[in-house]
Design a protein around this ligand. Sequence first.
Ligand code: HEM
Length: 438
Amino acid sequence: MSADRSGTASLPLPPGQSGLPWIGETISFIADPDFATKRRQKYGAIFRTHIIGRPTVVMSGAAANKFILSTHFDKFSWRDGWPDNFKELLGASLFLQEGAEHQRNRRLLMPAFHGKALVNYVETMTEITDLYLTKWEQIGDLTWFPELKNLTFEIASILLIGSEPGAETTELSRLFTELTNGLFTIPVKWSYTTYGRALVARDKILNHIDRVVLERQQTPTQDALGLLVQSQDEAGNQLSIAELKVQALLLLFAGHETTTSLVASLCLALAQHPEVLAQARAEQVQIGVDRPITIDSLKQMTYLDRVLREVERMYPPIGGGFRGVVEEFEFNGYRVPKGWQVLYRIPEAHFDAAVYPQPESFDPDRPIDKGSDYNFVTYGGGSRICIGMAFAQMELKIIAAMLLRRNSWELLPNQNLTLDPIPTLHPRDGLKVKFQKL
Ligand code: HEM
């Protein structure tokens, strides 16, 4: 699909519109959940727009995903895909690194997210979930989404940045909200502006991590930060304290909103499909609802795997990923110039009827398509696929299994169940449920 430069120069730009001067189509992009789908129907797998201050090309479908995430990976920059606020607030962390530096750091972070490390997280995840289920049983009628967010934040902050449950985690959660508020605001650095407060919050969280890293250096532990302090590659490279701090902060940022979104979508889908819920619960009964949750018992939950995979297909938390174009390229007969921005889209490939017949129906029994993996990109793909995928999937499965074993939930009337896509897919009214112990 690519062409040499002389061949590319004569090709047309992709079809589409640039919208209003300066703001382009940014407002529709943020406000209209069907922004990309409508334009894909009109223009096809590649179209041009102008969002977040830059000429942008949106590409969707499995072929586009494969092009960006794998075969033509070198034509794109991650770093250039992120707005400047991210660069300042999230520092020199994996999202903003490329090439050899990225590969080195990814290798050093990896041991905290795979194999043996995950085994050690099961107990913490189970204990925290247990406390939240008890709390929700006492509340009864609740707006679930913010509560789910507290749960996943607590799991992430305890495992990833070593916070203590209780007041410390609550304070970190508050600081973290201030930090994220700064990601999408005008970067004016006065003490009373949103951005100024975000910078202060960032420094306070980094100070906290600094202190915990020093503790972990004295006394090694099995949480992610403890493992990262010890992590070393075959050449003897280690993350410095300064590197560890920003990487841990990024992991906290990347690691909980997305998971919250999938847990909420799972709860919604199960409430809307009682037959699936009954079968998933029957599996838990068969495994033994009083048996502790372990890595081995999680492996036995094969129907739950299918349910979660279908939730991941139908409700991907992130709509896509931005990249900067570092070298002009051709796709489907169109030319995309260097310096533009590209957005690859996740949901469109998941709703391709040729791969997933009746894609709008929630069907955990549908065959899992393993052949064309770029039709399933909930966690991205290629060499920069989500580093926390196994962590997130395990967390999701533990929460799901515990809910199925122990609770029932009914959707309360008079709520808007529309799922809004930005910043991550979430129910507009926060998912109001009647929550009970079985
Ligand atoms: C359901 C939960 C999650 C979803 C849906 C998700 C989704 C994604 C996606 C789509 C990407 C690639 C973005 C792109 O190509 O532009 C990504 C990358 C990444 N994710 Fe996740 N993520 C989840 C959970 C986590 C967790 C739990 C962590 C860490 C604890 C994490 C850390 C990261 C990091 C560090 C990257 C960048 C990897 C790199 O550049 O090498 N994510 N994630």
